[in-house]
Design a protein around this ligand. Structure first.
Ligand code: BES
Ligand code: ZN
Length: 885
């Protein structure tokens, strides 16, 4: 495999050829780790000891492995029962995060060696490595727990290890703690005994877990804390949900039952039994991502696993289901079979994303999740990938700060779109057969993208690699322009690279993507046709009705003539198009208008013609498009902005009133979200009845009637009263944000605060983000809604500039949080000089860890600048013609 090739001729250095991977020397390979950790909650440190069994590949006088912010106290090297060195020379390269142990005697190739290290580390509060998290006990005292987040490269922050996904080994873990603490790791408990404490007085329990199967370091997990759990035995092995003692453990019931059903479904679907003796899932109060798929011990942010269905809405429930099913899919795709290095990350994340949709659709067919795929993953993929600063799905990455940045819409969403495309083309059954073969062949091993294509080719008898290679190796996607020749009854198609900034250079337009046309006509869908050249003609029976990209399973935009677009609008009304087709068609038209391929007035008319649209997902796209336009016009003349607001009101109010905002037991999952969304879309543009109703609900709620606001409406009611109200409303929402019982309720309140436009309230919102009242994991919540108004956007950026040192300190660049904050605080600008201001600010600073998101923000701003310059008159004229201006 590739690792060995790149490592082979770099014996004494961890640096390999340019643009290649930065990996450890390959003279030794870890086989087994015996690891003991003992946290000390007084000093927030821990003591550790690791004994690593190694296979010696080449004659060896030095061993290099990863460590980061660890203190090594003692090191010994042994081989064949003899001590090779009791005090080897130990040196550390901070930048490479590598510790090298050198000794005089040579250990011969082919033998085994044992490296033993005693070390200590900090239970840090950066949510990485072995870290501390906290919650309040029943008496309001802060209680600490210790937990881990290793992916991608923080196992080395917890203990010395060969921290690369391809260096799989077995692990025997022991955790030492007070009796009141529950100790958890990937495996079940093998034994428990009493030992002398290394960090304090007296004795403590030492819990030893069974040996793991071969696995990668980034999937290890250890938890020590005061916990409760619930358990189900409805799956072959016990499944538990754990939570800190302050939480209502019954809120884990939904995830627990779903996990048991999902594991059963996955092991049957993959024809591969879940190989571990138990499955634990745990809510962690401080957690940087949403959830982490540690083998046998999945860790979650509280809101992504605990849910109180009495106070949380339909959307929250769906997010929890998606998260659980995503992490459990990783137990096979990622944990059993692992990418050989981080440039293959998409294999993990793209597949888990696709699989969570697939399984959600099996368990909750009435949620119709695939319809929503078009406005969710497909939309995010095409959005990010339309920027020059995007990257190919398979991208070379070396260091932590680079690796972290590819946990993005390309790896997740574009990755899953590519799988959706090929699964539709091969048929889901054949696709799954390929997946089964892939898992069987590579179980406990590592793979590259080609291995997946090989298994799919094997199962289908088609050359999958030939079509798919381009999609994972090349950046971007095409726009397919359609012109018509009615006399010949044919259509002419041409593909070009699509960029949102509409300034594609010839050298950026060299890739010819294999495009499945999915040609829909009255006869049905032709799944065979593909455009593999730059241009081609296709003969149709007639040109009355056709549409490309049926169900939008292809990764491209389609540009029709304005006349054809109008005809498609009519076809939509006549029931000739699916929900995916209608949503996707609006998305394409909107995106093409925003990037200059079409006129914006065209999309305004198209949206206007969809007022009677019945489907939720299509409305999601309609409202997304009008929001995108209003965001781009954020800093334009107030008269025009008000006219756009009126247009949004006119567009959404009838539907909002038709659906209403009362909820009953009979409302389906989609209907609930539909009502909530329309209430919000018309409410935030001042529909009088909705605003009044929002205030009524809010005032009752404020007076103590906790059920006055339906969970589905909570965020929008807060948003409406905050944009129209003052300090009184602000204080009431803030009270919720600080005191609500569940994390979901608290987050809904936090998320709305930024809606308040009063300068003093804006400052309070900003101050709150960095105060002790908001956990670092939630820093993005209060600031998010500031992006809905120009005052907020400006104040937000000023705040970043004023508090940069503090932000860098609280959100280390090696994590993903700083990158999100940069993106949130810069991407809402729309003018050239605003972008210059951003670039000037960062010109003399390190952009390590967020250079990608910064470049993406700047590209997004440029695209908006160009859009306004191009179509500002066109938009005005349309608004005038339709009496909004
Ligand atoms: N492997 C990731 C968690 C992760 C993210 C680790 C970033 C390191 C850096 C996990 O499987 C994941 O994808 N979690 C998602 C949730 C999911 C439902 C998309 C997340 O954290 O948002
Ligand atoms: Zn994932």
């Amino acid at each position: 495999m590739c690792r060995h090739q790149v490592g082979a001729d770099a014996p004494s250095s961890t640096v390999v050829a340019a643009a290649a991977r930065e990996v450890l020397p390959t003279n030794v390979k870890p086989l087994h780790y015996d690891l003991t950790l003992e946290p000390d909650f007084g000093s927030f440190t821990y003591a550790g000891r690791v004994v690593i069994e190694l296979h010696v590949v080449d004659d060896t006088t030095s061993i290099s492995l990863n460590t980061n912010e660890l203190t090594i106290h003692a090191t010994t090297v042994a081989s064949g029962g003899h001590t090779v060195s009791a005090a080897p020379t130990v040196s550390h390269d901070d930048d490479e995060q590598v510790t090298t142990v050198r000794f005089d005697q040579t250990i011969a190739a082919g033998s085994q060696a044992t490296l033993t290290m005693a070390f200590s580390g900090t239970l840090n509060d950066n949510m990485a490595g072995f870290y501390r998290s906290s919650f309040q006990d029943a008496h309001g005292n802060t209680t600490y727990m210790a937990t881990t987040q290793m992916e991608p490269t923080d196992a080395r922050r917890a203990f010395p290890c060969f921290d690369e996904p391809a260096l799989k080994a077995a692990f025997t873990v022991t955790l030492v703690a007070d009796d009141k603490m529950t100790c958890l790791s990937n495996m079940d408990v093998a034994s428990e005994k009493t030992v002398d404490s290394q960090v304090g007085e007296g004795s403590r329990k030492a819990v030893t877990f069974n040996r793991t199967p071969l696995m990668s370091t980034y999937l290890l997990a250890f938890v020590v804390g005061e916990l409760n759990y619930i358990e189900t035995n409805s799956f072959r092995v016990p499944v538990r949900v754990y939570a800190p003692k302050d939480r209502e453990i019954e809120h884990g019931r939904f995830s627990l039952e779903l996990a048991a059903k999902t594991l059963d479904f996955y092991e049957k679907t993959f024809d591969s039994p879940f190989p571990l003796p138990k499955m634990d899932m745990i809510a962690i109060p401080d957690f940087s991502a949403g959830a982490m798929e540690n083998w046998g011990l999945v860790t979650y942010r509280v809101v992504d696993v605990l849910i109180d269905e009495k106070v949380s809405g339909a959307a929250t429930k769906q997010r929890v289901a998606e998260t659980v099913q995503h992490e459990l899919a990783h137990q096979w795709f990622g944990n059993l079979v692992t990418m050989d290095f981080w440039d293959g990350l998409w294999l993990n994340e793209g597949f888990a994303t696709w699989m969570s949709w697939y399984s959600c659709n099996v368990f909750y067919p009435d949620w119709k999740v695939w319809e929503g795929y078009v406005t969710d993953n497909l939309a995010s993929a095409l959005s990010l990938d339309s920027l020059r600063s995007s990257h190919p799905i398979e991208v070379p990455v070396k260091r932590a700060d680079e690796i972290n940045q590819i946990f993005d819409a390309i790896s997740y969403s574009k990755g899953s779109c590519v799988l959706r495309m090929i699964s539709k083309h091969l048929g889901e059954e054949t696709f799954m057969e390929g997946v089964r073969r892939y898992l069987k062949k590579h179980a406990y091993g590592n793979t590259q993208t080609g291995d997946l294509w090989a298994a799919l080719s094997d199962a289908s008898g088609q050359n999958v690699e030939k079509v798919m290679d381009i999609w994972t190796k090349k950046v971007g996607f095409p726009v397919v322009s359609v012109t018509e020749d009615p006399r010949a009854s044919s259509i002419h198609l041409k593909q070009n690279r699509f960029l949102r900034t509409a300034d594609v250079k010839p050298e950026e337009d060299k890739t010819l993507f294999p495009v499945y046309l999915g040609l829909r006509t009255k006869e049905g869908v032709n799944e065979e046709l593909a455009l593999t050249t730059r241009e081609a003609d296709y003969k149709l029976k007639n040109l009355d009705f056709f549409k490309l990209n049926a169900d939008h399973s292809g990764l491209y935009r389609t540009s029709y003539t304005p006349e054809r677009l109008r005809k498609l609008g009519v076809a939509a009304k006549d029931g000739l198009l699916t929900v995916e087709d209608r949503a996707g068609m609006i998305a394409d038209a909107g995106s093409l208008a925003a990037s200059g391929y079409q006129k914006t007035s065209g999309i305004l008319s198209l949206l206007d013609s969809f007022k009677s649209e019945p489907a939720f997902v299509v409305w999601q796209e309609i409202t997304a498009r009008i929001s995108a336009l209003r965001s781009a016009w954020m800093f334009e003349d107030k008269a025009v902005r008000d006219a756009l607001k009126k247009f949004q009101l006119d567009l959404t109010k009838d539907k909002a009133h038709e659906l209403g905002w009362k909820f009953s037991e009979d409302d389906g999952h989609i209907e609930q979200q539909f009502k909530a969304m329309m209430f919000a879309s018309a409410g935030v543009v001042d529909d009088e009845t909705i605003v009044k109703s929002a205030f009524d609900m809010f005032n009752k709620f404020k007076a103590g009637d906790s059920s006055a606001i339906h969970p589905n409406l909570r965020t929008s009611v807060y948003a409406i009263v905050l944009s129209n109200g003052g300090k009184e409303e602000y204080d009431a929402v803030l009270h919720q944000a600080l005191n609500a019982k569940t994390s979901d309720e608290r987050n809904n309140a936090l998320r709305a605060l930024g809606r308040a436009k009063d300068p003093e309230l804006i400052q309070r919102t900003l101050a709150l983000s960095l105060s002790g009242d908001v956990k670092a994991q939630d820093i993005y919540l209060p600031i998010a809604a500031l992006r809905t108004h120009p005052e907020g956007i400006q104040a937000l950026w000023q705040w970043v500039k004023d508090n940069w040192a503090e932000l860098e300190k609280r959100l280390p660049p090696s994590l993903t949080m700083l990158s999100s904050v940069v993106s949130i605080t810069t991407s809402s600008f729309t003018h050239r000089e605003q972008m210059q201001n951003i670039q000037e600010f960062f010109a003399n600073k390190s952009t390590k860890g967020f250079d990608k998101s910064l470049a993406q923000s700047c590209d997004a701003i440029s695209a908006k600048t160009a859009w306004i310059e191009r179509d500002s008159e066109d938009v005005k004229a349309w608004l005038k013609e339709h009496k909004y201006l």
